[in-house]
Design a protein around this ligand. Structure first.
Ligand code: G3I
Ligand code: 9MR
Ligand code: ZN
Length: 563
């Protein structure tokens, strides 16, 4: 649905009320359709009306209110699942008002997928970027073309740009965060490629015979490959020594250094493990499109695995004088397990399976009802990819499947009980909480991939509804998507350019129960965690954007489109 059409078909008379929360992108025709109502006055009945002519298309009773302790809201639900006729609608509640508009249809998430996946093109480093005629002025010149080895890398000399994506609102590039990000996006292709194959993202490479999602992911894989040292080890990150100001990327005058641990062997085990896993996935995914590139990725993965064998726990902390993102981790065992599992799935070589089977048991608690995968915790990804591989050890696969279905069943139950029908617990309102919601969705969709269960898909999409507007703040947490999106991400290009609206398709970090940036100090002391969010550029602990947050969003959207 083009923005213009959405405005033209805006919801009924007067301004929409944030007290009625809807998925502002819309509801797939065949899925459950529920809006949430936090009415100030007692409300009992609702109507769904067609935008444009305000015709009543459905009437119903609100459910009794249940209290959501994480937001303080007393929430009633409006179930209009019976409505499946494609169109643009809004919900009206007597004495409360009407909602933002939303679409119903078989492909309501195509626009969201386009924006969320194309946002990676906007994050490209090392090249001039221009979002084109739909987004005039959203562009930057080529950036960070010259880099250098930092003394902490044990090497010296200049480094030419190898591309990659800016990590988030900053211009750093980090292998660990690239790991879960590109791994999730490659899994999106592996699980939903049939549905995504023809979706064009209007990239410079579009039309080259390779699906655009793979064209875009390759931009970051190329940079990751350049971070591998001759001994197979992988450097942790490429950033300036400190964060630059809010300038366009080509105006960042700080040197972009390849940064190491500061002592032998200079590379980090977590980065090398994530790298090995991702390159193993890439080796199987790109084989039909570019066998030479696929072979290069496989060799890189196997070289990284060999380095890991000799350096299993070289952890990274920011060395003295470096204050950009750390992506430090207490253990790299999960990254190594992920590498073994992906290498086994790609090659079928016995050594990888032998190592995996000897080490997977202690990772089984990573599949749990509370705490989905995250950049520091990739153990569940290792287990799931093993269970999805051909020719696996039956006992191990049975254990992983049992753990996955038990966790997914518990998440489904919790989601159904949640006043806002989403999967997060109070503890999940952390820095990047929106990605926690999205990764619960990924976990449910992976369980569905292991054994089809429409309850898993419905609960996964409930988390999409949360991110796109059915939340306490009645906000679409994706820039330029929906009638009421957030506007001020902690994102340097959005803050430094002359455009009124931020770069499109970017998921905000979301509410954070801890005041982890100075801007959050102004929030009232008794605010519940689901409301601890500031749509302000300065609030990097609630309103930054990041490539590893958009990735599970893309995965969720693809899963919903493929349904
Ligand atoms: O996991 C614990 C949880 O057990 C505990 O209850 C909770 C209490 O708040 O904290 C949780 O850890 C949080 C962790 O994120 C979760 O992944 C830490 O508080 C929080 O400090 C940490 O924030 C990280 C942030 O950098 C600061 O280090 C984010 O994960 C990470 O996404 C973010 O990454 C930054 C890069 O460094 C630089 N580029 C921007 C990017 C996004 O902000
Ligand atoms: O812009 C930086 C963001 O990417 C990081 O996530 C955040 C936390 O490390 O730091 C931001 O940079 C701020 C720095 O930490 C303090 N001075 C102001 C910087 C811009 O907000
Ligand atoms: Zn750059």
């Amino acid at each position: 649905m083009l923005p213009l059409l959405m405005v033209f078909l805006a919801a009924g008379p007067g301004l929409p009320t944030p007290d009625i929360k809807v998925d502002q992108a819309g509801y797939p025709s065949k899925a459950p359709k529920i809006a949430a109502v936090a009415a100030k006055a007692k409300a009992s009945r609702f109507a769904v009306k067609r935008a444009g002519d305000d015709k009543v298309v459905l009437k119903g009773q609100l459910t009794a209110a249940t209290e959501d302790r994480d937001s303080g809201d007393k929430v009633q639900l409006a179930d209009f699942s019976k409505l499946s006729r494609p169109g643009t609608y809004y919900v009206e509640v007597d004495g409360t008002g009407h909602s933002y508009s939303f679409a119903i249809g078989p492909a309501v998430y195509e626009r969201a997928f386009y924006l969320a996946m194309r946002s990676y093109y906007g994050q490209r480093c090392g090249v001039a970027v221009d979002l084109g005629e739909e987004f005039p002025g959203y562009k930057h010149e080529a950036c960070h073309l010259e880099g250098a080895y930092h003394a902490t890398s044990g090497k010296s000399g200049a480094v030419k740009s190898a591309g990659g994506w800016h990590d988030a609102g900053d211009y750093g590039r980090y292998v660990v965060n690239s790991g879960i990000t590109t791994g999730t996006l490659l899994w999106t292709w592996e699980l939903y490629g049939q549905r995504l194959r023809a979706i064009k993202l209007d990239l410079p490479e579009s039309g080259n015979g390779v699906p655009d999602i793979l064209n875009e992911i390759r931009w970051n894989l190329n940079w990751m490959l350049a971070m591998q040292d001759g001994d197979g080890g992988v450097f942790h990150k490429q950033t300036s020594e400190k964060f630059c100001g809010f300038v366009m990327p080509e105006k960042d005058a700080l040197v972009s250094y390849i940064i190491g641990t500061g002592a032998e062997p200079y590379k980090s085990s977590c980065a090398t493990g994530d790298f090995a896993a991702v390159m193993a996935i890439a080796a199987r995914v790109y084989k039909p499109f570019d066998p030479a590139f696929a072979a290069r990725c496989l060799k890189a993965a196997e070289d990284a695995w060999k380095w890991l064998d000799g350096h299993p726990e070289v952890r990274f902390m920011n060395p003295k004088g470096v204050s950009t993102g750390a992506y430090g981790d207490r253990s790299c065992a999960d990254e190594s397990l992920w590498a073994a599992a992906e290498l086994w799935r790609t090659t079928g070589a016995a050594a990888y399976q032998t190592w995996f089977l000897a080490n997977y048991e202690k990772a089984r608690p990573a599949i749990r009802p509370e705490g989905p995968p995250s950049w520091a915790n990739v153990g569940a990804l290792a287990l799931w990819t093993y269970a999805m591989a051909p020719g696996v050890d039956a006992a191990a696969a049975a254990n992983i499947r049992k753990d996955s279905f038990a966790a997914a069943d518990a998440i489904v139950e919790r989601t159904a009980q949640h006043p806002y029908r989403m999967s997060m617990t109070t503890k999940d309102y952390i820095w990047g909480s929106n990605a926690v919601a999205a990764n619960y969705g990924l976990q449910l969709l992976v369980a569905n991939a292991l054994r089809k269960d429409t309850r898993y898909v419905d609960a996964a999409i409930d988390n999409l509804h949360y991110l796109l507007g059915r939340n306490a703040l009645s906000l679409s947490f994706v820039t330029q998507l929906g009638e009421n999106p957030y506007h001020h991400p902690h994102h340097r290009p959005s803050g430094a350019d002359a455009n009124a609206e931020p770069w499109p398709g970017l998921l905000a970090g979301g509410p954070n129960g801890r005041r982890q940036d100075p801007a959050m100090a102004k929030l009232p002391g008794d605010l519940p965690p689901a409301r601890m969010y500031l749509d302000e550029q300065a609030s990097y602990a609630t309103n930054e954007v990041a490539i590893n947050w958009n990735a599970p969003l893309v995965f969720l959207l693809a899963g919903a489109l493929a349904r």
